[in-house]
Design a protein around this ligand. Sequence first.
Ligand SMILES: CC(C)(COP(=O)(O)OP(=O)(O)OC[C@H]1O[C@@H](n2cnc3c(N)ncnc32)[C@H](O)[C@@H]1OP(=O)(O)O)[C@@H](O)C(=O)NCCC(=O)NCCS
Length: 436
Amino acid sequence: MHKLTDLREILRYVPNYREKVFVVAVDGEVVEFEQFQNLLLDIALLRSLNIRVVLVHGAGHQIRRAAEEEGKPITNSDGTGVTDAYTLRLALNVSNRITHEILEGLAACDLRGACTNAVVAHPAGILRGVDMQNTGKVDRIDSAYLRTLLDNGIVPIVQPLGFDGEGHTFRLNSDAVAMHVALSLRAIKLVFITSRDGIERGGRLLRQLSVNEAEEILKQGREQLATDNVSKLEHAFRACEGGIERVHIINGRTDEGLLSEVFSPTGIGTLVYVNEYQSVRQAKKRDARTIQKLIEPSVKNDELLKRSRATIEKHIGDYYLFEIDGNPVGCVALHPYPEERKAELACLSVSDSYENRGIGRKLMNFVEKVARERGFKELFLLSTQAFNYFQQKGGFQEATPGDLPPARRQQWEASKRNSRVLVKPLQNAGAAAPGA
Ligand SMILES: CC(C)(COP(=O)(O)OP(=O)(O)OC[C@H]1O[C@@H](n2cnc3c(N)ncnc32)[C@H](O)[C@@H]1OP(=O)(O)O)[C@@H](O)C(=O)NCCC(=O)NCCS
């Protein structure tokens, strides 16, 4: 994005981010960058927009340096190799020093921070015959504790250290800690701030990777990535698999990098994302029965109009299904009115046991995307009981039956259901932002 981050651009995203959790994971090295204080100012801005931020930090860079200064260089400093007693002592010293610097920096931005012991860990044990000694593995995150801090406007700081409750501390890999924290808090975003521009393959920055593409690279092209990139991509992939929809990897040296990444559709680093539409597919003739079953309860409640199997089959190409593990759990239809360049969103239904998981919204956004791609200028719908839903969650506005295409208006009159008419103009409205 531009130098002076556009406030309007930011405000477009705010409703989606308010009260949500961002986990920001900074490599140890980044804390020493000149731009680090600006990064904390960016976090202060996120806080002022009521976005909840957890800061996870690494310490590998400082551990390596401290060991060199003591004349005992170590090879494993990222919390994945063996941590002997000496390395653990260094890890404790430098981690506490880094946390202190972050606390100082937060205070300078008038933010409250707290060093935490929310990571419960156990020993990594003996791996392929090697005793990992004080290297730990995340057991669980005390998310209730972190939420208490977040509820009180405090930025929790999570170190790359874990506690076993019996007086032992373990050295952990900070990428893994960040991933576990994000998953346990169901964060909306996980942002890795590193000393690279993002994930680079063969020297080229990869801007956007779907979770499938990330998996493919980890399987086939891992040797083309820098070592620290492998860990970032691996944890980004695992976070996405666990339900975090967007993981960002950016360079801590870029001014306003954090804001540019999260508040612009294109971003500056690498975005690893879950393709939210990968569960949606167009219906086939043999799905007509399934669609009828899906809408049956809503038809009984007079939420949806009854449709015969033959009618559904006739227009089967208009229908889309949302599947979980291959089972259809929701449906929607997009009926075109090409003469008026309008399209109707119809038959949106989500099976009872899958309600309130955002599936309705995904189906609604999906047909909007299809309608835009097909060049329709307006999406409309008729609803008897869910008009608030479409207004609040879909951005539709109330209209009159006179706004309907004539053929649809005649049906509206004939049905006597008195449904409300809602519309959403699609031109000049700005497409859904992929980077959001
Ligand atoms: C309406 C419907 C499609 C929503 O599906 P869903 O997957 O549960 O919805 P989402 O998860 O995207 O959204 C849930 C949110 O919408 C709200 N919501 C659900 N139904 C609503 C309604 N009728 N009016 C207002 N808000 C509603 C929920 O309270 C929840 O709010 P929150 O996110 O602030 O907690 C589903 O309830 C349904 O199948 N209803 C019966 C059929 C129907 O009425 N279809 C529309 C006619 S075309």
